[in-house]
Design a protein around this ligand. Structure first.
Ligand code: SAH
Length: 273
């Protein structure tokens, strides 16, 4: 007997690239993951005041409103139009979610390392994924897989009343908990330490699901935890990855769309303590 088919089973590039063995392509590291890819080179912006070797982190508090304004301005220039997302990103102090030594770079349009071989996603990636997931919708309960340091969950919590976020690395889960406890998002994000590939069955259905790490395939459990009419956005693939948008169109029907080329850290099963 064949295994039951995945609801979205079809030949995928991801399945072919799995044969290359490496989770990330040559020259790629966790520190430059969770970004959009333009052609063969990672996306970089021309130097702007926000990117110049910046003031010590201690001074950043004073400047961070202005730096965030510049970041939001760049996001608009790069095609982000959802005002909920833009004002959420204006509100959340990204520099408080990274190590003090990197705080001065927090408002560049770049992913940054957060330890444990993981990254905080590039601002454009966060803005784009949330915009696409929420487009034409007002989600009340959203699930994030791969909380990392908690930044994206904090952004979501600015305009979504109930955010659930799962992280599989114990140290990052603890870090996210501390980071989220400081901010205005307090109480709106419920963090779970566990394997997000299973989703969060007892809280389903979700009005949106966002996955911050790339699996060879989008985990089937997540598709079933999506409310009808809701959207999931996730990177998929290994050496070659794409953002995938899935909309649940009925109790047993899903529509799938392939979006941009991206590079994310891998989605891994189980937990790491
Ligand atoms: N959301 C973060 C991005 C973190 S990077 C942000 O705001 O920038 C992706 C995260 O996914 C990593 O922390 C990694 O540990 C986590 N991850 C990978 N596989 C996972 C899984 N199966 N369940 C939960 N988290 C997972």
């Amino acid at each position: 007997m064949n295994k039951p088919r995945h609801p979205l089973d079809k030949p995928l590039r991801a399945a072919r690239s799995a044969a290359t063995g490496s989770a990330l392509g040559p020259g790629y590291s966790a520190a430059n993951s969770n970004t959009r890819i333009h052609g063969p080179r990672p996306f970089t912006l021309p130097q702007s005041p926000a990117q110049a070797p910046a003031a010590p982190a201690a001074n950043l508090g004073l400047n961070s409103d202005r730096l965030r304004l510049q970041m939001v301005h760049r996001l608009r220039e790069q095609g982000i139009v959802d005002e909920r997302v833009l004002s959420a990103m204006q509100a959340v102090p990204r520099h408080l979610f990274v190590d003090q030594g990197l705080a001065s770079r927090a408002y560049e349009d770049a992913a940054l390392p957060i330890g444990y071989g993981q990254t905080i996603s590039q601002p454009w990636v966060v803005a784009h994924m949330l915009s696409v997931m929420c487009d034409g919708r007002s989600p009340v309960r959203v699930l994030e897989i791969g909380a990392g340091c908690g930044y994206q969950a904090a952004v979501l919590a600015q305009f979504v009343p109930e955010v659930h976020a799962i992280e599989r690395v114990r140290g990052l889960y603890e870090q996210a908990r501390l980071n989220l406890a400081q901010g205005r998002a307090r109480g709106r994000v419920r963090l779970t330490f566990g394997d997000g590939m299973q989703g969060l069955e007892h809280r389903a259905p979700f009005d949106g699901i966002v996955v911050a790490a790339a699996g060879v395939k989008i985990p089937e459990a997540l598709l079933h935890q999506l409310a009808v009419g809701a959207r999931l956005i996730a990177p998929e693939g290994t050496a070659h990855q794409r953002l995938i948008l899935i909309e649940r169109t009925g109790p047993s029907s899903w529509h799938r769309l392939e979006l941009e080329d991206v590079r994310f850290v891998p989605l891994r099963p189980g937990t790491q303590t």
